[in-house]
Design a binder for this molecule. Structure first.
Ligand code: CMP
Length: 132
């Protein structure tokens, strides 16, 4: 079974969308194997987004992820990485299709409610980082 790391970011928590978001993964048949709330430190946020270091939106991204409570989850299932990313929708709100989490609820740059690992190597690295 494949595992992936999913975060409900501070805007998702603040807007009261935790239940709505988790429901969508569960309705698909994916399993929540671990779940916790975290107030990310700058160090954790920088490690999580290390591939974006140097990009013009990096500072805003770190500020965003450290601005409030985050729900971190390990989600498991067959092809969990791809399935979760399909449920989340495209990164940019204007590209995300209706029926996806971002398509239905995101309407602001950067503030896209959720994060999910993009491949097996990222999943392994991110699960270690958030669930030491
Ligand atoms: P996420 O899927 O967590 O991966 C990287 C995050 O950076 C992304 O969601 C967005 O929140 C943010 N992001 C990606 N591209 C841009 C961009 N061009 N401008 C601002 N923020 C971005």
């Amino acid at each position: 079974m494949e595992k992936t790391l999913v975060l409900i970011k501070p805007d998702g928590v603040e807007r009261g969308l935790i239940g709505e978001i988790i429901k969508r993964y569960e309705m698909k048949g994916l399993k929540i194997k671990a779940i916790k709330s975290v107030f990310p430190t700058r160090e954790l946020a920088e490690k999580h987004y290390e591939e974006h270091k140097g990009k013009e939106f990096f500072e805003e991204l770190i500020k965003y992820l450290t601005s409030g409570m985050v729900i971190a989850m390990i989600i498991e299932g067959e092809n969990a990485i791809k399935c979760v990313r399909n449920i989340n929708g495209e990164t940019k709100y204007q590209d995300a299709l209706p029926g996806t989490i971002r398509g239905d609820f995101a309407y602001k740059d950067t503030y896209n409610l959720v994060h999910a690992s993009d491949c097996k190597d990222s999943a392994e690295r991110e699960i270690k980082l958030w669930f030491e």
